[in-house]
Design a protein around this ligand. Sequence first.
Ligand code: ADP
Length: 192
Amino acid sequence: MFNIILFGPPGSGKGTQSERLIAKYHLKHLSTGDLLRSEIAAQTVLGMEAKKIMDKGELVPDEVVIGMINSAVDNNPQAKGFLFDGFPRTKAQSEALDQLLSAKNTAIHVFLSLEVSEEELVKRLSNRGLTSGRSDDTNEEVIRARIAEYHKKTSIVADYYQQFDKVVKIKGEGTVEEIFNRLCFEIDKRLS
Ligand code: ADP
């Protein structure tokens, strides 16, 4: 198996790049944001609770997202590897993920961190809000809250993987193609 974490603040391009990466490397894409939005669309109890939190730009409780990832990994026993997008976002989630993968005799191979300036992020997210139908993208205050949440809680996730020497920073500005090539270069190095 080959497992990747694609990391970066909201709006850093994780969704766009994930699509291309899973197609090229035949990985299973696991996005906690997408999983949560499916729960919302299906109007489950979990979805309704999560929506309130997501609309404030805060993080959904660890046990909720860990449970979702656990089932998603279990439901994909044939996967050649996983691309985690939007997960882990806290130290507890990172530890849970490591345990879950090691129980399957595998691990995270690389932690790719997309680096984008705050002004560019706000610009991209506001633009996305015009068409995406995502309620958390239409309000600048919520966008800034998500970026603040990222700096406050989520950036420590990079420190966690840094201790295992797995972190690679990738410049997340430029064309989609340029950024994709930077990501592939780092993945290919580790695959060969
Ligand atoms: P973005 O990266 O643009 O914030 P996501 O789709 O990854 O978008 O996440 C949207 C929202 O879903 C987050 O603001 C948060 O409320 C919730 N969420 C997603 N993943 C997690 C996670 N791993 N832990 C806690 N909350 C999460």
